[in-house]
Design a protein around this ligand. Structure first.
Ligand SMILES: Cc1cc2nc3c(=O)[nH]c(=O)nc-3n(C[C@H](O)[C@H](O)[C@H](O)COP(=O)(O)OP(=O)(O)OC[C@H]3O[C@@H](n4cnc5c(N)ncnc54)[C@H](O)[C@@H]3O)c2cc1C
Length: 485
């Protein structure tokens, strides 16, 4: 007999977990299908959580933020082995996966282990190695995520030539690392390995890293990455990669500009596609988009009205943060729960590099292009007491963008320690259209990094009067460093 459910969710990543649990909370009969042995998808197992844990581990083991700040350098990190490096990542992903499973169990979601494929628009075949089962869903949510693409000129071997999944399984540190792609994943891993003292290169096919960032912040990150020993090869790419069989011999990377780079390990971080190959969406009549993603409307409904798709499988912005809400919004629409109508239009971007970067709202380039009469205000970590206590080896700063006439804050950009945390106050400012005066009338804990907002607001107000206290170089540490973009 075919089991029938009010809802079938395919995939246990952030999007699928939240969709399944929300529907179950509202007393619907829910099944979740997961093909992997471990729960949580890229969010928990191979993407967000492991990379963030490795970043914290690298900071801890290398002591990069403690050097010369607390009198004693913590040099022992340089001798840490790969097991030390991976220890916490393994623990946290294991616990994270178990928490997802437990959450599903606690909400009485029925779990099927196996790979899902559509038979028709209501029936799904769940396949394991030794068993096949058909389940019927009145409604279906596809939350199958994305996978790293493998271009044919890159000989992936999961030993020395990696994608962002297999880099998590290395059993020795690279002697040197070359990363292809200066998007979020590429920049994060480059800074993690560089923090561990590993000579690191990034190859990028344009003259800007992280194209969506405010250009000044992207340049500031480039300078800090270069200072931390990362060489960035702009406007370049890989033609061919030769991996010799002997592990002692370096990889030979032939670049588009004719140069050759020798390196011990390679990480491809230049693109992900929607995980739809195994689903056989055609059998359900679901319309696809480019890069194997699924076409959806603002409620995450596909062209087949009872089938929804959420998370990475629908493409941009492809974040764990937004994927979870997409799952919840789909359920709200499906079962008319009336508690979450649409995805927030104002949300932050967090880049967990060393140093961290985070932004919300308009960039200066966007403001210029859209003819906003804007001004900017800056503040430096080193000018705040909390920044002085922390040592601020990154020369961090915050940049506010505001509408000149109304003094409403329309963009916040931060580079420095805890940028991804303190951005959330900035998000409220942008979302609630708060003014510079609103910020200076606010009392923060003292000392706290939130002083950055106050100082940047004072700087912005001063700029309106034509009396800025600090020059650009002093403000953001642009002096005497190289940038090639
Ligand atoms: C290195 C890296 C770092 C990242 N860092 C961040 C970050 O800092 N912040 C952030 O917000 N986002 C980050 N992301 C993005 C984030 O991981 C994804 O946006 C998020 O995981 C997408 O969630 P999802 O539920 O759509 O898909 P996934 O998390 O990929 O989950 C999909 C699940 O579906 C299962 N599945 C697939 N096909 C089938 C099938 N046919 N049958 C059954 N099951 C199937 C998979 O096994 C998987 O468990 C990062 C990604 C990477 C790669």
């Amino acid at each position: 007999m075919i089991q029938e459910y009010d809802l079938i969710v395919i995939g246990s990543g952030p999007a699928g977990e939240k969709a399944a649990v929300k529907a179950a909370y509202f007393d619907y009969n829910v099944a979740l299908l997961e093909k992997n042995d471990f729960f949580g998808g890229a969010g928990i197992q191979t993407g967000t959580l492991p990379s963030k844990t490795l970043k914290e581990t690298a900071l801890y083991l290398s002591g990069v933020y403690n050097k010369g700040i607390f009198s004693m350098d913590k040099e022992f990190g340089r001798h840490a082995g790969i097991q030390d490096f991976m220890y916490r990542k393994n623990l946290v992903t294991h616990e994270g996966g178990n928490s997802v499973k437990q959450n599903l169990i606690d909400h009485k979601v029925t779990i099927y282990k196996g790979c899902a494929e559509f038979i028709n628009e209501h029936e799904i075949l769940v396949k394991t190695e030794d068993k096949e089962e058909v389940v019927h869903g009145k409604n279906i949510v596809i939350a199958t995520g994305s996978y790293p693409v493998h271009p044919s000129n890159i000989p992936f071997d999961q030993k020395r030539v990696h994608d962002s999944d297999s880099i998590l399984t290395i059993d020795r540190f690279p002697k040197s690392l070359c990363v292809l792609g200066a998007g979020v994943v590429g920049c994060e891993y480059a800074t993690i390995f560089a923090a561990m003292g590993i000579p690191t290169y990034i190859i990028n096919n344009s003259d800007k890293i992280l194209g969506f960032l405010d250009t000044e912040i992207a340049q500031a990150l480039v300078m800090r990455m270069q200072k931390n020993g990362i060489q960035i090869l702009f406007n370049n790419s890989v033609d061919r990669l030769h991996a010799p069989s002997g592990e002692e011999d370096p990889l030979t990377i032939e670049l588009k500009n004719g140069e050759v780079l020798k390196c011990d390990m390679f990480l491809f971080a230049a693109g992900r596609n929607g995980n739809t190959k195994q689903l056989k969406c055609k059998n359900a009549g679901i319309l696809m988009n480019e890069r194997e993603t699924i076409n959806v409307n603002a409620k995450f409904q596909t062209n087949v009205s009872h089938i929804y798709a959420v998370g990475d499988v629908v493409g941009f912005p492809a974040l764990a943060s937004t994927s979870m809400d997409q799952g919840r919004i789909a359920i709200a629409h499906m079962f008319n729960t009336k508690d979450l109508e649409h995805l927030a239009t104002v949300f932050p971007y967090g880049i967990y590099t060393v140093p961290e970067v985070s932004m919300v709202g308009m960039t200066e380039e966007y403001a210029t292009k859209n003819v906003v009469d804007y001004g900017v205000g800056y503040s430096n970590y080193k000018d705040t007491i909390r920044g002085k206590i922390l040592g601020d080896t990154d020369n961090g700063f915050l940049k506010l963008i505001f509408e000149k006439q109304s003094k409403v804050i329309v963009g916040v950009h931060i580079i420095g320690v805890l940028a991804t945390e303190i951005i959330h106050y900035g998000m409220s400012l942008v979302k609630e259209r708060m003014t510079l005066e609103n910020v200076i009338a606010t009392v923060f804990n003292f000392p706290s990094l939130h002083d950055l907002y106050k100082y940047a607001s004072y700087d912005a107000l001063s700029s309106l009067k034509g009396k800025r206290v600090r020059g650009k170089e002093e403000r953001i540490g642009l002096s005497s460093q190289i940038i090639s973009q």
